[in-house]
Design a protein around this ligand. Structure first.
Ligand SMILES: Nc1ncnc2c1ncn2[C@@H]1O[C@H](COP(=O)(O)OP(=O)(O)O)[C@@H](O)[C@H]1O
Ligand SMILES: Nc1ccn([C@H]2C[C@H](O)[C@@H](COP(=O)(O)OP(=O)(O)O)O2)c(=O)n1
Length: 228
């Protein structure tokens, strides 16, 4: 950059589950000195709160009525992202099967999305050097003016193999079916569904290593920064 500090750069990374959004976003943010936000963790956190508060997940009106109650705070350091609900560290509990199976229903409720979207925009605006934000609707809805939008894809087989590797030997077929079901729910909801923005760069990661995906995204960010 010619004149002093670089302008903040906003990067949106969207895509279905298991395409590499979290791993890629964290690494790109760390390499480029940017903040990092996992918006899926925020939807998981509000889902965890609904479950532990005894809210009926099948009842969107009940969910909407309390969507403003929990205080959700995300720490955006890519070297150690954090998430708390009313002061409790929920980084472990938000990854349980129970939360995973209920998060699509909770995140489809418009009042939940409005609440979480506001938090996301506020974090993006306050990131001094810029931020990598990953999710499902970042390029289309949350940050439509992002400097760079990436849409990651991969075959259901590759995504299931990656996820069952993480879940230590979980059945690949069952994992694949669960992923497909969640993607279908996330893509078909009325309010800001999982979708590729028209101006997003699509990267199919099926045959790429994580290192290759990271290099590809870092190069695209650097090109945008130079052009700014
Ligand atoms: N290109 C890749 N090749 C192989 N494994 C990958 C690749 N990208 C990510 N992974 C692995 O797949 C799993 C899911 O990745 P993650 O970044 O959590 O995906 P997402 O955030 O899209 O759900 C992780 O264990 C990660 O290390
Ligand atoms: N921007 C976002 C991010 C996630 N969600 C919802 C839909 C997803 O199924 C869940 C969980 O997202 P998360 O990124 O943690 O899921 P995976 O790690 O890919 O399994 O949250 C959303 O509706 N909008």
């Amino acid at each position: 950059m010619e004149n002093g500090a670089a302008k903040p750069v906003i990067v949106a990374i969207d895509g279905p589950s298991g395409t590499g959004k979290s791993s890629t976003s964290k690494a790109v943010a760390a390499q480029l000195g940017l903040s990092y936000l996992d918006t899926g963790a925020q939807y998981r956190a509000i889902t965890w709160w609904m479950v532990t508060s005894g809210i009926d997940i099948e009842d969107p009106t009940a969910i909407a009525a309390v969507a403003g109650k929990p205080e959700i705070i995300s720490g955006t350091d890519p070297a150690g992202p954090t998430i708390t609900v009313d002061g409790t560290d929920v980084s472990g509990p938000i990854r349980t099967q129970e939360v995973t199976s209920k998060v699509s229903a909770v995140s489809a409720v418009p009042e939940v999305r409005a609440r979480i979207t506001e938090l996301q925009r506020s974090l993006a605006t306050s990131a001094e050097r810029g931020i990598v934000v990953e999710g499902r609707d970042i390029g289309t809805t949350v940050l439509p003016d992002a400097d760079l939008k990436i849409f990651l894809t991969a075959s259901p087989e590759a995504r299931a193999a990656r996820r069952s590797g993480e879940l230590k030997g979980a059945d690949v077929n069952a994992t694949r079916e669960a992923l497909i079901k969640r993607d279908a729910a996330d893509s078909s909801r009325k309010t800001s569904p999982l979708a590729k923005a028209d101006d997003a760069v699509e990267v199919d990661t099926t045959e790429l290593t994580l290192t290759q995906v990271i290099e590809c995204v870092v190069t695209l960010v650097e090109e945008k920064r130079t052009a700014k």
